[in-house]
Write a protein that binds this ligand. Structure first.
Ligand code: ATP
Ligand SMILES: O=c1ccn([C@@H]2O[C@H](COP(=O)(O)O)[C@@H](O)[C@H]2O)c(=O)[nH]1
Length: 236
């Protein structure tokens, strides 16, 4: 595969991991993601991954049910660690080495995250799965992805999700919404588009990290994005 990207930060949706089950981790979806990731890693692209936790717990929805928000967010961050362990297990089982890093020290579940150790792992041919979001409450894994993508000096942040790009409105709610093939960071903000949180978009803008939003649930799409096919939406 020919690609202009040497190192990528792939953000995976926790919610997509539950597949058709409605909760938790669907092993069919998990193994399908692992196969796509192994395929691009085998072509020499260095891969760092951040996974969401929406298939297990979100602090905001916990708070709406009476949980303390900070404890709820900590539960959400732990959910991302669970998803990361599951993905590393699927990757290793497929023959692709992977290493889990945690934003908060919880050795031996993972290695305490450091930029240099994550880069070292990728240079050794391992997929670096960076879990626990930013390690702080009141953030999301989109912001965690932007942060880690900038830290590990990725060429691009790929938001692999269940929609095939950014639309004029949420395509899951508005069937008349139309898709952008590209859009500026500022336009995402001024149009109030909710595909990812504004802190993440602002961080990417300030640090000139391009974002591509694409449908990760269709097998082969990760490879297509890396090959330069415009199947998603580029934010620049
Ligand atoms: N303008 C928009 N264009 C595209 N998608 C949008 C838009 N507004 C809202 N969305 C929604 O954003 C969602 C992004 O999904 P995704 O599951 O990646 O979010 P997430 O909150 O990061 O997930 P998780 O927390 O589970 O990782 C899509 O499911 C889509 O319905
Ligand atoms: O930096 C972070 C990242 C995440 N959280 C909490 O985890 C859940 C799950 O993450 P998603 O991005 O929603 O998938 C999130 O709702 C927060 O509660 C966090 O506190 N800090």
């Amino acid at each position: 595969m020919r690609t202009n990207y040497k190192r990528i930060l792939l953000k995976l949706s926790g919610e997509s991991l539950m597949g058709a089950q409605g909760y938790g981790i669907d092993t069919v979806r998990l193994n399908e993601y692992a196969a796509q990731i192994k395929d691009v890693a085998a072509s020499g692209v260095q891969v760092a991954i951040v996974i969401g936790g929406g298939n297990i717990f979100r602090g905001l929805s916990g708070a709406s049910k009476g949980f303390d928000r900070v404890k709820g967010d900590q539960m959400g961050m732990l959910a991302t660690v669970i998803n990361s362990l599951a993905l590393s297990s699927a990757l290793e089982a497929s023959g692709q080495p992977a290493k889990v890093f945690t934003a908060i020290n919880m050795f031996p579940i993972g290695e305490h995250y450091s930029k240099w150790r994550a880069i070292e792992a990728m240079k050794e041919g391992k997929v670096a799965i960076i879990s626990g979001g930013t390690g702080n409450p009141f953030f999301t894994t989109d912001t965690g992805s932007a942060l880690r993508g900038i830290e590990v000096e990725a060429d691009v942040m790929l938001k692999g999700t269940r929609v095939d790009g950014i639309y004029t409105a949420d395509p899951e709610k508005d069937p008349t919404a139309t898709k952008f093939s590209e859009i500026t960071y500022d336009e995402v903000y001024t149009r109030g588009l909710k595909v990812m949180d504004l802190t993440a978009t602002a961080l990417c803008k300030e640090n000139r990290l391009p974002i591509i939003v694409f449908d990760m649930d269709t097998p082969g799409n990760l490879k297509k994005v890396l090959a330069g096919e415009s199947i998603g939406t580029l934010v620049y």
